[in-house]
Design a protein around this ligand. Structure first.
Ligand code: KIV
Ligand code: ZN
Length: 394
C-alpha cells in the first residue's frame, strides 16, 4: 500500500453531467490548464464517444496538458474504447477508464444482460484498452449496491486482464461511511490479485455523504485514489468536492498519514473559474471555497483570531488561495493589486502589453464604479479575447 493519495478530477466529465453545466472546448481547456497548474494527478477530460464536441475537447486537452495524466471515460465496448484511444493519442501520458454496471438491478433492468455476459464484456473491454495503454481503470458501476461475490469475480477478472486501477462507485449516493469503507476493505482482502491494482472511490452526494464516504474508504478501506470534482460539481447532487477531501487529508495529515500532490494555493482560483464557466454559484458557507469560509463575524471569534489565528482557524486562507487581506479594487488600486486579483481568478495575462491594456480599461471602469467586482473583472478579461488578444492566456 502506498502512502500517496491519487487525486482524480472529474469536473470535465461527471461535473459536466450536472444539468446546465455543459462546457465548450475552450472552456474545458481553460479548466484543464488550471487543474494541471494545481497538480491534480489525473484529469478525466470527458467521454470521447458521447459526442464530437467531447472528442475534440479531450483531444485538445491531451495535446496540451503535460504534467497530469489525461483520461477519457468509455463504456465497456469496442467503439467507445477505440474513440477514447483516438482522442487521447496526443497525450504524453493517458488513461482509458472503462466501465460496466455490476449490480443485479442494473444488469437485469438496464443492460438486460446476464452476470456471465457482464463478466465477459468487462474482461474484453479491459483487454482491448490494455492494447493502447498500460494505464487502464475499470469501474464497476453501481458498485456499492452490487453483490459482493459477483463484484469479487468481476474485479479479479479485470485485474487479471491488466486493469491497474479499480474503481468502486457509489453511483447513486446510497452508501454510509462505515459500510462503504468495509466494502473496499473486504474487496481488497478477498480478491487474490487485489495487490496489483490501486483501489479508487467515486461517490455521489445524494445524502450529503460523498466526502465522508470517500475519506472513510481511504482511512479504513485502504483506497488510494479519490475521484472528485471542483465545487462538488456532478450528476444530480454532485460528486465528492475536491477542495474538501484535499484539505481534509492535508490538514489532518496526523490522522490520514498520506501525501497529496495538489498545490492547494490554486484551489480558490479553480473554484472561481468553474463557477464562472458553468454559472453555478458557490454558496457563501461552502467549506474551503465559500466567501464566508474564513470570515469571522462574532465579536468573540474576531477577538480570538486577532490574538491568535489558530483559536478559530484550522487552515490558513492563503493556503487555499484566498489573499490574506481582502483588497477592494477601485480607482485607487495599483497594477499589482489588479494583477494579483486576476491571478486569483485564474486569468493569466503573461504578455506585458496586453496586461497594460487591460489595466487601462480597468482604470476607466473604476472611474465609473466605486468598487470593481470579480464579475466585472472577468467581463473585462473576456473583452480582451474579443479584441484579438491571445485567448490561451486565460
Ligand atoms: O457514478 C458513476 O458510477 C460513474 C462511473 C461511470 C464511474 O460516474
Ligand atoms: Zn459518477
Amino acid at each position: 500500500m502506498t502512502d500517496k493519495l491519487i487525486i482524480f478530477d472529474t469536473t470535465l466529465r461527471d461535473g459536466e453531467q450536472s444539468p446546465g453545466a455543459s462546457m465548450t472546448r475552450e472552456e474545458k481547456l481553460r479548466i484543464a490548464r488550471q487543474l494541471e497548474r494545481m497538480r491534480v494527478d489525473v484529469i478525466e477530460a470527458g467521454f470521447a464517444a458521447s459526442s464530437e464536441g467531447d472528442f475534440e475537447a479531450i483531444r485538445a486537452i491531451a495535446g496540451e496538458v503535460r504534467e497530469s495524466i489525461v483520461c477519457s471515460l468509455a463504456r465497456a465496448g469496442e467503439r467507445d474504447i477505440l474513440r477514447a484511444a483516438e482522442a487521447l493519442r496526443p497525450a504524453s501520458r493517458f488513461r482509458i477508464h472503462t466501465f460496466i454496471a455490476t449490480s443485479a438491478l442494473h444488469m437485469e433492468k438496464k443492460l438486460r444482460m446476464s452476470p456471465d455476459q457482464v463478466y465477459e464484456q468487462a474482461r474484453r473491454a479491459v483487454r482491448l484498452a490494455r492494447s493502447f495503454t498500460d494505464d487502464v481503470e475499470f469501474s464497476a458501476e453501481d458498485g456499492s449496491r452490487s453483490g459482493l461475490d459477483f463484484l469479487c469475480r468481476v474485479l479479479e477478472g479485470v485485474i487479471d486482464e491488466g486493469a491497474t486501477t479499480i474503481n468502486v462507485p457509489d453511483t447513486v449516493g446510497y452508501a454510509i461511511p462505515d459500510g462503504y469503507a468495509e466494502l473496499i476493505r473486504s474487496l481488497r482482502e478477498r480478491i487474490p490479485n487485489s495487490d496489483k491494482a490501486v483501489f479508487s472511490v467515486h461517490c455521489h452526494d445524494d445524502l450529503g455523504l460523498a466526502v465522508a464516504n470517500s475519506l472513510a474508504a481511504v482511512k479504513l478501506g485502504g483506497a488510494r485514489q479519490i475521484e472528485c470534482a471542483i465545487n462538488g460539481l456532478g450528476e444530480r447532487a454532485g460528486n465528492t468536492a475536491l477542495e474538501e477531501v484535499v484539505m481534509a487529508v492535508k490538514t489532518r495529515r496526523d490522522f490520514f498519514g498520506l501525501d497529496v500532490n495538489v498545490d492547494t494555493t490554486q484551489i480558490v482560483a479553480a473554484s472561481k473559474l468553474v463557477s464562472e464557466i458553468t454559472g453555478f454559484a458557490v454558496q457563501p458557507n461552502k467549506a474551503v471555497v465559500g466567501a464566508n469560509a474564513f470570515a469571522h463575524a462574532s465579536g468573540i471569534h474576531q477577538d480570538g483570531v486577532l490574538k491568535a489565528r489558530d483559536t478559530y482557524e484550522i487552515m490558513r486562507a492563503e493556503d487555499v488561495g484566498w489573499s490574506a487581506n481582502k483588497i477592494v479594487l477601485g480607482k485607487l488600486s495599483g497594477r499589482n493589486a489588479f494583477k494579483q486579483r486576476l491571478r486569483e481568478l485564474a486569468i493569466m495575462i503573461d504578455d506585458e502589453a496586453e496586461l497594460n491594456a487591460a489595466f487601462v480599461r480597468f482604470k476607466a471602469l473604476a472611474d465609473r464604479e466605486a468598487i470593481v467586482s470579480d464579475e466585472a473583472l472577468i467581463a473585462l478579461a473576456k473583452e480582451s479575447e474579443g479584441m484579438g488578444t491571445n485567448h490561451s492566456h486565460f
